[in-house]
Design a protein around this ligand. Structure first.
Ligand SMILES: *Cc1c(COP(=O)(O)O)cnc(C)c1O
Length: 365
């Protein structure tokens, strides 16, 4: 018997995503003091599993914030006051990160493409040739458009610029596609819990390279809460500067075990399969993909609403069947809708969703 008060609605929205009952229950452990040895053990137990899933030997810090907090931390600590950061933008999240850098007093250059397109490696190469940057920031999987950027290609270019730190947001694709943090030379690789990680919201992770710590020492105003030097000092003792979300750490401990038990390669394959299923449905139902060919996200599909359906009516219909998808983000509202197939969503869940969506479309005529 589930003790929950509300009806279960399976979320096919790109965050917060569906969280399995086992994970919700893992949070219900007794609390421990965060300065106790039991906590240090929990913290230490998470590390190798986080490093394995990020494909890194760098420490993976735990942030008591959503992913936005790690944006702030990265923007603030990786860029000196009189230097610049280059943001590649292609949608709402990458644009907002650029704004975060600006609001933290950094000098920001932006390389933008139309929503639905991927950022061009050639543009990055040109920009780096023209000007010097302390850091380049990119969103690997732009959740608002359903585009996955060619981060491997950016990484290749950045190999010629060792003083330019590489900051990558993998919030909506972590563990859904391989992200070889060290091989790509990523200096800050960040994600939050409520998207591809498939945990409740409230915590974030950042795999941070030693070069970022060195850079941070040259930044005068790092603040406190998101200062990587302060975070690292506590990390050395398997601890955090302020009280962490212990319940979420229990959940992460369980989820990382489950991710590794599934096998990372199997998990990536499952996401690709769900992407294929979704693309097939899109074609079959007479819609089009919003994202540019060759750059479709494996974890979230943005569907151009070419049939002009009432997206809210579709969601009301789905809700009665215990499911929910997402309307288009911001300016794409009603012009597109999004189906998230990330985290612990399984192919059979998608079959159920598509059957219901077909039923809705049939009654619409
Ligand atoms: C949701 C999202 C964010 C913001 O993360 P929060 O955890 O909500 O702060 C950042 N980047 C991407 C790509 C996202 O999808």
């Amino acid at each position: 018997m589930s003790p929950k008060q509300s009806e279960h609605v399976r979320l096919f929205i790109p965050g917060p995503v569906e969280v399995r009952e086992e994970i919700l229950e893992a949070q219900a452990e007794w609390m421990i003091g965060h300065r106790s040895s039991a906590f240090a053990e929990l913290y230490a137990r998470l590390q190798p599993k986080l490093q394995q899933t990020f494909y890194t030997t760098n420490p993976v810090y735990i942030y008591t914030s959503s992913g936005t907090g790690v944006w702030e931390s990265a923007s603030r600590c990786a860029v000196r006051d009189d230097r610049k950061i280059l943001h590649l933008t292609c949608g709402a999240f990458s644009e907002r990160w650029a704004e975060v850098s600006q609001l933290n007093g950094k000098q920001v250059d932006v390389l933008a493409v139309e929503w639905g397109q991927a950022n061009r490696p050639e543009q990055l190469a040109e920009a780096l040739h023209r000007s010097e940057y302390d850091a380049v920031a990119v969103v690997m999987n732009e959740t608002s458009t359903g585009v996955m950027n060619p981060v491997a290609e950016y990484a290749e270019i950045l190999k010629d610029y060792p003083d330019t730190l590489f900051l990558v947001d993998v919030v909506s694709c972590y563990a859904g596609v391989k992200i070889p943090t060290d091989e790509w030379g990523i200096d800050v690789c960040l994600t939050s819990t409520q998207k591809a990680f498939a945990l409740p919201p409230g915590m974030a992770f950042g795999a941070v390279s030693p070069a970022v710590l060195e850079r941070a020492k040259q930044v005068t105003n790092r603040g406190y809460y998101f200062d990587v030097l302060e975070i690292d000092r506590h990390h050395q003792k398997n601890n955090t500067p302020a009280t962490p979300p212990i319940a979420l750490m229990y959940a992460a401990d369980r989820q990382l075990d489950d991710i590794l038990a599934e096998g990372l390669e199997n998990r990536f394959a499952r996401h690709l399969k769900m992407q294929q299923m979704t693309h097939e449905w899109v074609r079959r139902a007479g819609f089009e993909l919003f994202s540019e060919e060759g750059y479709h996200s494996p974890t979230v599909t943005n569907v151009r609403n070419t049939r002009g359906i009432d997206v809210s009516a579709l969601n009301s219909f789905l809700k009665k069947r215990g499911m929910m998808i997402s309307n288009g983000y911001g300016k794409l509202k009603d012009k597109a809708f999004r189906i998230a197939h990330m985290g612990d969503i399984q192919p059979e869940h998608l079959e159920e969703l598509f059957a219901a969506m077909d039923e809705f479309l049939a009654q619409e005529g």
